[in-house]
Ligand binder design. Structure first.
Ligand code: BG6
Length: 481
């Protein structure tokens, strides 16, 4: 009755995760339109644009835009998928570039060449029995929708997104069983242009704009869930949270409360997507901050009746906070979320806290809060790799990071948490969403490409390639001893 598990579940979905703009390249091929991410350069203008403080509606000659070529998956997907198959992937998470399907976003008819491209990719995956896991929107909005409508500030976006999502469900209903609506939906509050195609104008009330946009995305997400359930009843559709529990720096109740409030800033989105209604703490926050959300009478029902089937999330690091201004000065980086340095933990080269046990804590927390299956759809170590003369990369640091996280994931499963699968971020090196660098590599497969766009794009297996292959082949049995 209380038997000990001996491995990850038989149907556990091992794989890797990517996003269209970070790997496809071919940014104007096959009739694709320009998206927000195609206009975010590397360099000093990157963060002001990503945060919506500087507009960017046309590529500029003197800027370098890494999404334009990325790692050229668009032309090399067969080679890449063959490598994923060699590792034994059971699934592959990818996003669809909205502007490949609707180049302007408000087009009446979809673009057949774009639809066909993903048909070809899915066929290639299915040839190897690799289940596609599809994010409908991963940090890209057709730029026309930003110019004409103001991105997710505008309620019209719900309609465009619903049409886009329905087009995908109808077209791929026989090929795709796992869907996700918005990648890291809570990122909207931190990187408004990346998260929601929002450019903030001087004098605008930022919080008001962002939470109104959040409402539009939440309704759009619920309508996509509805359409998915109607068009592909056997499919599962989830939300996607940039997760990582916030720890209090001390046991001072004020610190504990602040940590809880910061967690809730992110949980707000998932509470709505999973439980179907605005939580009381958010209503209070809106009331006390003079935020007024315009809602249509039908919105409450749409949200309540169309909740997600599973909770997808990314986990790179835990966070830490304090109410002490002195302690608050000692900040560290980490997936955009500010965090106080945790004295018990090390950090990556990019300053992201490394906390394997935090993954177990986060899994248990999400399980207790939502009672739905979880899907760990991003996790990994961004590091500088060196390609050796014998054509490999000795990335023991990456193996160590993953090994320690897998051990905690196994603990979470033994704690009773249902986890559908695990897709590590960037199984093949790709462009960093944060910095736009190639140098920040996550892959099991090395790609010969440099920050400035030079390189042959050749693919090389790293040491971790062989290691991950073994873990998958053994169903991670070593973590259940
Ligand atoms: C997540 C995003 O926030 O983190 C990915 O969903 C991103 O798109 C990943 O690439 C890692 O971040 P970065 O900045 O190292 O690429």
């Amino acid at each position: 009755m209380f038997e000990k598990l001996t491995s990850f579940p038989e149907n556990f979905l091992w794989g890797g995760a990517t996003a269209a703009n970070q790997l496809e390249g071919a940014y104007l091929e096959g009739g694709k339109g320009l998206t927000t991410v195609d206009l975010i350069p590397v360099g000093p203008n990157r963060f002001p644009i990503a945060m919506g403080n500087l507009d960017s509606f046309q590529p500029k000659e003197d800027e370098f835009y890494p999404s334009h070529e990325a790692i050229d998956f668009y032309h090399r997907y067969k080679e890449d998928i063959a490598l994923f198959a060699e590792m034994g992937f059971k699934c592959f998470r990818l996003s669809i570039a909205w502007a490949r399907i609707f180049p302007n976003g408000d087009d009446v008819e979809p673009n057949e060449a774009g639809l066909q491209f993903y048909d070809d990719v899915f066929d290639e995956l299915l040839k190897y029995n690799i289940e596609p896991v599809v994010t409908i929107c991963h940090f890209d909005v057709p730029v026309h929708l930003v110019k004409i409508y103001g991105g997710w500030k505008n309620r019209k976006m719900i309609e465009f997104f619903e049409t886009y999502a329905k087009t995908l469900f109808n077209r791929y209903k026989d090929k795709v069983k796992y869907w996700m609506t918005f990648n890291e939906i809570n990122m909207l509050l931190h990187l408004p242009y990346i998260g929601a195609g929002i450019v903030l104008q001087e004098g605008e009330d930022k919080q008001q704009i962002l939470y109104q946009a959040a409402h539009h995305e939440l309704v759009a997400s619920a309508l996509a869930v509805k359409a998915c359930h109607e068009i592909i009843p056997s499919a599962k559709i989830g939300c996607m949270l940039a997760a990582g529990t916030v720890y209090p720096y001390t046991s001072n109740p004020d610190d504990v409360w602040k940590a809880m409030e910061q967690d809730r800033e992110s949980f707000f989105f998932i509470d709505v997507q999973s439980k179907g209604a605005y939580p009381g703490y958010t209503k209070r926050f809106f009331r006390e901050h003079g935020i007024h959300i315009e809602m249509q009478p039908e919105d409450a029902d749409i949200l309540m009746q169309n909740t997600v089937d599973y909770i997808g999330f990314s986990y790179y690091a835990s966070r830490c906070t304090s109410t002490d201004p002195e302690i608050l000065k000692d900040q560290t980086e980490g997936n955009v979320f500010g965090s106080v340095k945790n004295p018990y933990l090390d950090a990556s080269e990019w300053g992201w806290t490394i906390d394997p046990k935090g993954l177990r804590i986060t899994c248990n927390q999400l399980h207790d809060r939502y009672g739905k299956p979880l899907f760990i759809v991003e996790n990994g170590l961004g590091a500088t790799d060196v390609l050796l003369d014998n054509d490999t990369v000795e990335d023991d640091y990456r193996i160590d990071y993953l090994d320690r996280h897998f051990a905690e994931m196994a603990e979470a499963i033994q704690d009773g948490v249902e986890i559908l699968g695990y897709t590590s971020w960037g199984p093949i090196d790709l462009v960093s969403a944060g910095t736009g660098e190639m140098k920040k590599r996550y892959g099991y497969i090395y790609v010969d490409r440099n920050n400035d766009g030079t390189g042959t794009l050749r693919r090389v297996k790293k040491k971790s390639f062989h290691w991950y292959k073994e873990v998958i082949a053994n169903q991670g049995a070593q973590y259940f001893k």
